[in-house]
Design a protein around this ligand. Structure first.
Ligand code: SAH
Ligand code: SF4
Length: 422
């Protein structure tokens, strides 16, 4: 989502006559995009701003802006800790930030936050033409209305707002015209797409899959509570709809899930996984987990490990719980000691490495259609790309980003498959 916002801002400013600098030393304007989901990334932003302050000392005219969720959360408080900052703009205020950058108030500071009256997608995002890259993000909805008890997103990205399917498809069409071969539709809980405007995800996926020139259509993130099995037949119908669900479980314990306000049980999650895999050959499911949520016992944590083993995820993202100000869970006692959170995280990741390795080794000997992403940073004369199911594959050859190549898998590590073009 942040990458999408940053691309959008950069495209808009290029349209207004700016060009991309090589780095902050050469830039007249630096915009730092920020995340508020956990605390650590916020601290990193302040240390980055400290470095920018030193550059700005030598170039007093440089504009420094902080954009994204942390800007929304802290507003003018950002200036207290980082006096070098000229403007603070939340996710609903990219338009106003672009205007400020174009016509800065000399010596003045600006704070742009809030969502009152904000459209689902801002005019700058609606116009975003991209940079000719083979892979494009297109926003299908913004905000989130789920209010999971640990999560700050509904507060910093505002209420759930869907964008009309024809508008999403039109932008996907424009991006395909500009060279994109792959489109990823974005929404914090895309399974809820359309509820506010009388639409649904099925119709949206259909409209985007029919856009000429798109070899791949992806969508993020599926919420287990409102997953619509009605989308499953579409994977057979449209050869460009990637059989991959990023569907975070967060925990394998019903008690924890209830306190997280997730709206499903562990067995409900398993049923959805089973159904998706039964109905869609090659369906890959990946997940997020939080360890050390308030009240999580060792028994609760074992249920999470059981779920990971059972599902055999190829990839999971896992995080230690941190209370976020203003969320419902911040009122609960954060009672799992830091060292226990650390141990549980390490154990979870070890189990997930095992399931990932198992899943990757099943791919050895098989042939996949791989879309090339770019040069392999670790091996010379190699490229990396992704399968339809989102496996990462490294293979030899001078292929260009966006090309689709048949690759036979010869070996596998925990996270990467290695093969040869056939
Ligand atoms: N909309 C997506 C992702 C939201 S944030 C979804 O619903 O899945 C990405 C991930 O950050 C979440 O899935 C969760 O695992 C993690 N996360 C969110 N808030 C957190 C918190 N307070 N502490 C630790 N991890 C958190
Ligand atoms: Fe946060 Fe839950 Fe919304 Fe995801 S669905 S963004 S975890 S509130």
């Amino acid at each position: 989502m942040n990458l999408h916002d940053a691309e959008t801002l950069s495209a808009e400013l290029r349209g207004r006559g700016f060009s991309l600098a090589d780095g902050p030393e050469d830039a007249d304007v630096v915009v730092v995009f920020t995340c508020s989901v956990r605390e650590k990334p916020e601290e990193k932003v302040f240390s980055r701003l400290g470095r920018l302050a030193r550059i700005k000392k030598k170039k007093p005219g440089m504009i420094v802006a902080v954009a994204g969720c942390m800007a929304e959360r802290l507003g003018p408080a950002v200036f207290d800790r980082a006096p070098c900052v000229d403007a603070v703009a939340g996710p609903g205020s990219l338009d106003r930030l672009c205007d400020f950058i174009e016509n800065p108030v000399a010596g003045g500071r600006a704070v742009f936050t809030g969502f009152v009256g904000a459209a689902a997608v801002s005019p700058v995002a609606r116009r975003a033409s991209g940079d000719g890259s083979h892979s494009a993000f297109v926003s299908a909805m913004t905000g989130c209305g789920k209010f999971c008890s640990y999560c700050i997103v509904p507060y910093v990205r505002g209420p759930e707002r869907s964008r009309p399917a024809r508008e999403v498809a039109a932008q996907a069409h424009a991006r395909a015209g500009g060279g994109a071969r792959e489109v990823t539709l974005l929404g914090q809980s895309i399974s809820a797409y359309g509820r506010d405007i009388g639409g649904n995800l099925r119709d949206l996926l259909r409209a985007v899959c029919m856009v000429p020139g798109l070899d791949r259509v992806r969508f993020l993130t599926s919420h287990p509570a409102d997953f619509d099995p009605g989308i499953l037949p579409l994977f057979g119908e449209f050869g460009n709809l990637c059989p991959h669900l990023q569907m975070p479980a967060q925990s394998g314990s019903d008690g924890v899930l209830r306190r997280m306000n997730r709206g499903y049980t562990a067995s409900g999650y398993r049923k959805t996984v089973e159904r998706a895999r039964d109905e869609v050959p090659g369906m890959e499911i990946t997940s997020d987990f939080i360890v050390g949520f308030p009240g999580e016992t060792d028994a609760d944590f074992r249920m999470t490990l059981d779920l990971i083993e059972w599902a055999g995820f190829r990839n999971v993202f896992a995080f230690k719980y941190v209370p976020r100000p203003g969320t419902a869970a911040a009122a609960l006692v954060d009672d799992v000691p830091p060292e226990v959170k650390q141990e549980r995280l390490a154990e979870l990741l070890a189990v997930a490495r095992g399931t990932g390795r198992r899943r990757n080794s099943e791919a050895v000997g098989k042939t996949f259609r791989v879309m090339v992403e770019g040069p392999d940073s670790r091996r010379e004369a190699s490229v990396t790309g992704r399968t339809m199911g989102n496996h990462i594959v490294a293979f030899g050859g001078g292929f260009r980003p966006g090309e689709t190549v048949e690759v036979r898998i010869e070996s596998a590590s925990d996270l990467t498959l290695f093969g040869e073009a056939v």
